[in-house]
Design a protein around this ligand. Structure first.
Ligand code: SAM
Length: 289
């Protein structure tokens, strides 16, 4: 086994030079060049030799290699065709890795899981995501209700903070509710820019999402619930009443909204950022009637 990890500055530069590879900023290509950070990601993700891992964007294989060493099997989706011959070489000694040359946003992930993984196997998504499509990728994985146990991803710090935010904080918003409806979210690590090549312009964090078996609240209609949450945060500095009245203009008047809020004990002068997930559920259910 070649013990020289891919994720070092020297080896990465050497691989890029051998293939005359130039980074595409438009594909969010910032490769990891620090093995310690990868070791931490693998630990935070809870990977062991029984795990099936899904990676999004393997690049030249820095994280894929560590997954191959620690997991049972790895399937990685990479959009950039230029990386395929490189991965063919850098990962040649691992027979438990399969690369799919596809856009993750268009891929049939459920079909891939059926084809490649054993029934009942723990499935974990682990990735250093292309930051330009962080939210679409995560929302696709969550809303498709795939049989995945957890998602551990390097993303922009500000987005990680928003996804894991608690009520009454600056970062709390509709994204926090959307993510926490499907998962238990925590920021696992904050990561310095120096572990990437090239260094990104923004700060990064590793976010860990543990899938919930059931949502934490009952909602009568999910898409109505998410619409109400979005409307409530529409203009952050406005009250609940103002944001709801604007959203339901023509359907519910202010008096009706006020009386429904009273039924669930929510003061219309509050702001969206003070509402818990439970309160959002009561609010949406009473407005849905
Ligand atoms: N995993 C590698 C690492 O940590 O060094 C590379 C991570 S880099 C931040 C993001 C990777 O995602 C790149 O390899 C890029 O080509 C790939 N990528 C970008 N958009 C993608 C998409 N829509 N589907 C699949 N892969 C994508």
């Amino acid at each position: 086994m070649n013990n020289k990890a891919i994720a070092t500055p020297t080896r990465t530069k050497e691989i890029l030079k051998n293939y005359g590879f130039s980074f595409k900023k438009s594909l969010g290509q910032n490769f990891l060049i620090d093995v310690n950070i990868l070791t931490n990601i693998i630990a935070e993700a809870g990977i062991d030799d029984t795990t099936a891992a899904i990676e999004i964007g393997p690049g030249i294989g820095a994280l894929t290699e560590q997954l191959a060493r620690h997991a049972d099997k790895v399937v990685a989706f990479e959009i950039d065709q230029r990386l395929l011959p490189i991965l063919g070489e850098t990962l040649s000694e691992y027979n438990n890795v399969h690369i799919i040359n596809e856009d993750i946003l268009k891929a049939d992930v459920a079909g891939m899981i059926d084809e490649h993984f054993e029934e009942g196997q723990k499935i974990r998504v682990v990735a250093n995501l292309p930051y330009y499509i962080t939210t679409p990728i995560l929302m696709k994985l969550l809303m498709d209700r795939l049989p995945v146990d957890s998602i551990t991803v390097m993303i922009q710090k500000e987005v990680a903070d928003r996804m894991a935010a608690e009520p009454n904080t600056k970062s709390y918003g509709s994204l926090s509710i959307a993510v926490q409806y499907y998962t238990k979210a925590r920021v696992a690590l904050n990561v310095p820019k120096t572990v990437f090549m090239p260094q990104p312009n923004v700060d990064s964090s590793v976010l860990h999402l543990e899938m919930r078996e059931e949502p934490p609240v009952h909602v009568d209609d999910e898409s109505f619930f998410f619409d109400v949450v979005k409307a409530t945060f529409g203009q952050r500095r406005k009250t609940l009443m103002n944001n709801l009245a604007r959203h339901f203009k023509g359907t519910l008047d202010k008096e009706e909204i006020r009386s429904r809020l009273a039924e669930v004990n929510i003061n219309p002068q509050r702001r969206g950022e003070s509402l818990s997930m439970d309160e959002f559920a009561s609010l949406a259910n009473i407005l849905y009637k």
